[in-house]
Design a protein around this ligand. Structure first.
Ligand code: FRU
Length: 438
């Protein structure tokens, strides 16, 4: 089947969130929200890809698809864990109250019920969709802990004395929140606690809670966190929280970071790599299909680290190591892209085939106007917060995605692009190093 280098891309048609990201029996498994019939969102399946080292992905086709009443209209996002050699997948089953007669993939009035479900696999490749699925948390009724419709995206992890699950939901005041559950056997789950914070969006999608260097990071994709007219309002955020495992209580900080200041990245998910690093990937939204064929890709797997209370995301070392061949022009690059390494000082600028990067007022600014058509809900420019120290930029350039790592991941700006040129012009003092794959 099809192979992708560096970035996992839709094997055709549509993908969105990464799901069930896990290092299992010597391989990385990465599942994804997949609509196999057209390059647009529709009834969700889980597509599946595997990799030995996070740099190349082999597509394995469909892993999960609707078979039961509860997931008749889609297998929504979720996660994976390993226990006694088996792979456990958790996801949200969707059942529409009514179906749009003209398009069965759509739900009129957004009225549907969400059920939390699981399925196990002995080897990570075979999934018994017809008789292996179990309901673990039935859809909520009116007035219960969570919303009947908007409760989804179970992320499961092993804690000190039990298995834990975090789910995203919304409350009666339409504030996003998370629910925590606990289990001893991975099948029977009891509710433990809930947590939320005002003015952080109305529904929290794809929550993920994990430890890095003794600190707990909460990553979320809140809906409606930014309210600019005609611009996408849903964005992935992260923050260092105070988390107590015994009662699943969360102390929220006053501020949050965007995972990526390009604001194209959404629905991120993390796992531990072979060596215990915390690796994060996320869906890169694309407004149009490439050549009318495929739409949606994932960012480079990024390692999360906390330095002085700030969360850094830099490319996984396995990715960095693939860029070994020095070249002098993008025309000589491998089809999987190239990396530019340079220092960008105040007032300097760079043009990568039509994508502009400059440094102004100590912020890194990007402008894709020349390599991205106008689309309602999409912005052409991005700005990082003020960069306090260091001028280093590491820029990974793919045909449809540019990822700018500022100061070893203090901030990242990633942008979807189309029809990128092959010429680089720079108005900078220092040298530019270009590396590509062998
Ligand atoms: C996030 C999301 C999830 C949901 C999935 C459906 O992009 O909306 O909350 O499970 O996508 O495809």
């Amino acid at each position: 089947m099809k192979k992708d280098r560096i970035h996992l891309k839709a094997p055709g048609n549509w993908i969105n969130d990464p799901n069930g990201f896990i290092y299992y029996k010597g391989q990385y498994h990465l599942f994804y929200q997949y609509f196999p019939y057209a390059p647009q969102w529709g009834t969700m399946h889980w597509g599946h890809a595997v990799s030995s080292d996070l740099t190349e992905w082999e597509h394995k086709g469909v892993a999960l698809f609707p078979t039961r009443y509860e997931d008749q209209n889609g297998c929504f996002s979720g996660s994976a864990v390993e226990h006694e050699g088996k792979m456990y997948l958790y996801y949200t089953g969707i059942h529409y109250d009514e179906t749009d007669r003209e398009n069965i993939h759509k739900c009129p009035g957004d009225k549907y019920q969400a059920t939390q479900m699981m399925i196990t696999s002995p080897d990570g490749f075979s999934f018994d969709n017809f008789s292996g699925k179990k309901v673990i948390i039935p859809a909520f009724m009116e007035g219960e802990k969570g919303d009947r419709t908007h409760t989804r995206d179970p992320k499961v992890w092993r804690g000190k004395d039990a298995w834990y699950m975090v789910l995203g939901t919304t409350d009666q005041e339409k504030q996003g929140k998370i629910l925590f559950y606990k289990s001893q056997d991975l099948e029977n789950w009891i509710f433990v606690n809930q947590a939320g914070k005002e003015e952080r969006g109305w529904m929290w999608e794809c929550p993920d809670l994990f430890e890095v260097q003794g600190q707990t990071i909460l990553m979320l994709s809140p809906m409606g966190i930014l309210q600019e007219e005609n611009k996408e309002a849903n964005h992935a955020v992260c923050m260092v929280v105070e988390f107590q495992e015994k009662d699943c209580s969360v102390g929220f900080p006053d501020t949050y970071q965007f995972l990526d200041y390009g604001l194209d990245l959404y629905a991120s998910q993390s796992t531990l790599d072979e060596e215990g690093r915390r690796v994060v990937t996320g869906w890169i939204r694309m407004p149009e299909a490439v050549d009318g064929k495929w739409r949606g890709m994932f960012c480079i797997p990024r390692v999360a680290e906390v330095k002085k209370g700030h969360i850094y995301f830099h490319p996984h070392p396995n990715i960095e190591k693939r860029f070994t061949k020095k070249i002098t022009s993008p025309a000589q690059a491998h089809e999987a892209g190239y990396r530019l390494t340079l220092e960008l000082k105040e007032g300097e600028s760079l043009d990568i085939g039509g994508y502009l990067i400059s440094r102004r007022n100590n912020c890194i600014c990007t402008d894709r106007t020349r390599v991205f058509r106008e689309h309602r809900g999409w912005r052409q420019t991005a700005v990082s917060p003020e960069v306090k120290e260091g001028d280093l930029l590491e820029i990974y350039v793919d045909k449809n995605l540019i990822e700018v790592f500022i100061n070893r991941g203090e901030y990242v700006i990633s942008s979807t692009v189309y029809n990128l040129g092959n010429k680089i012009t720079a108005d900078i003092e220092g040298e530019i190093q270009i590396d590509t794959l062998e």
